[in-house]
Design a protein around this ligand. Structure first.
Ligand SMILES: *Cc1c(COP(=O)(O)O)cnc(C)c1O
Length: 387
């Protein structure tokens, strides 16, 4: 049988091995050592921000963002339901807040019309704060997740956040490198438009440090606070005084070496993803009722992280397709089960779900690794066409 084609795997080379090897040989394998600072600066330079705070996971980055933004017990946060669970738990239950779930538009990102309607109809502004009329709680923040590397509608969402006094948090864990090319935010990167943004360097993301994450913020004191919280909130290095409850969310020096090497290759990875995506579009979009969902390429340069085959009008259903491709050694997957349906969340409010339910039912994510060869991409295409 021909080789297994995974969905999305790391792409490490000689440079990653050399840099990580140097860290190991030098003995600087833990959270001290200069490479974390070097990686933070390289990342900050890449996304045109003054600083970035590295940490040990995207989930930790989101938890740090929630704490830096001051989200706390009793607050409510408007979040998307079509996303990975780690976009929601850290901003809500980790800090004692509750989510309000909103569906998506055709970008797969949170639907600004539905957010606006929720704020206008179900909330009221009092003393500069937005209150949920049903629960009486302070609705403090709005989260946009740039799903699969596609930028959400930031022009609308920033306006809504301003009008309703909401902190705007960007989960850009899937969207490192995605940026605006036109409009009000031309040149700005995903994660750098709102109040605070988060990245992930988990193994399946566009660049990886094995596990890792980072926070950037347009409020320098929030970034500073995130760093402080990630390093046990220590105020005195020798005497071990701590001024609040902190966390050990630090990135290690070895991970930072991987990050430095991966960041050097990010633009090449994005170019390869685009070539793969364009190839899938050329061969599959519009064939036999199949579609490849678009990215917002009119005003953004997406990183094309994950590709979505949309199978509503195809002869086989989502799970049959996944199973048949798996039998041929090709790994695909459905989009995440919606968060408002997950274990502890069905009691929370959820609005404008139609599109999220539809995309949940009909999306199959296709192999998209940055080291997927064009030959293997053709093998996936042929297998789909032969279904
Ligand atoms: C990957 C991801 C995260 C979490 O990142 P980890 O590094 O795995 O903790 C959060 N949100 C979304 C949307 C993600 O895809």
């Amino acid at each position: 049988m021909s080789q297994f084609i995974p969905l999305s795997v790391p792409n490490f080379g000689a440079r990653e091995a050399a840099l990580a090897g140097e860290a190991i040989t030098s003995g600087w394998v833990s959270t001290s050592g200069g490479k974390v600072t070097e990686f933070e600066q390289a990342l900050a330079d890449y996304v045109h921000m003054p600083r970035a705070v590295a940490c040990n996971a995207g989930s930790s980055a989101l938890h740090l963002a929630a704490m830096a933004a001051g989200i706390t017990r009793g607050d409510e946060v408007i979040v998307p339901t079509l996303t990975f669970i780690a976009a929601v738990n850290p901003l809500t239950r980790y800090v004692g807040a509750e989510p309000i779930f909103i569906g998506c538009d055709d970008s797969l990102c949170i639907d600004p019309d539905a957010v606006e309607a929720f704020c206008a109809e179900r909330c009221e502004l009092r003393g500069g704060k937005l209150y949920n009329k049903a629960t009486g709680a302070h609705v403090k923040a709005l989260e946009v997740v740039h799903v699969f590397g596609n930028l959400g509608d930031m022009e609308r969402l920033t306006e809504i956040a301003q009008k309703y006094h909401l902190i705007l948090i960007e989960d850009a864990t899937e969207a490192l490198g995605t940026r605006f090319t036109a409009g009000k935010f031309a040149g700005k990167f995903a994660g750098t438009v709102g109040d605070i943004g988060c990245y992930s360097f988990n193994g399946n993301k566009i660049i990886t440090t094995g596990a890792g994450g980072a926070v950037v913020s347009n409020h320098p004191d929030w970034a500073e606070h995130a760093k402080h919280l990630s390093t046990q909130a220590k105020t005195n290095l020798l005497q071990f005084f701590h001024d609040e409850v902190g966390y050990n969310y630090r990135m290690t020096n070895v991970q930072a070496c991987l990050g430095i090497a991966q960041l050097e290759r990010l633009e090449a990875f994005i170019a390869h993803k685009k070539a793969l995506y364009d190839h899938y579009v050329e061969k599959l979009d519009g064939v036999k009722g199949l579609r490849i969902l678009p990215f917002r390429e009119d005003c953004t340069r997406p990183n094309h992280w994950f590709f979505s085959l949309y199978v509503k009008d195809f002869a086989l259903d989502r799970d049959e397709i996944i199973e048949k491709l798996q039998a041929q050694g090709i790994q695909t997957r459905p989009v995440w089960a919606l968060i408002h349906e997950q274990a502890d969340y069905p009691r929370n409010e959820a609005y404008a779900l139609d599109k999220a339910l539809d995309y949940r039912k009909y999306i199959v994510n296709l192999p998209c690794s940055t080291n997927l060869s064009m030959e293997d991409c053709d093998r996936v295409i042929d297998a789909v066409l032969a279904l």
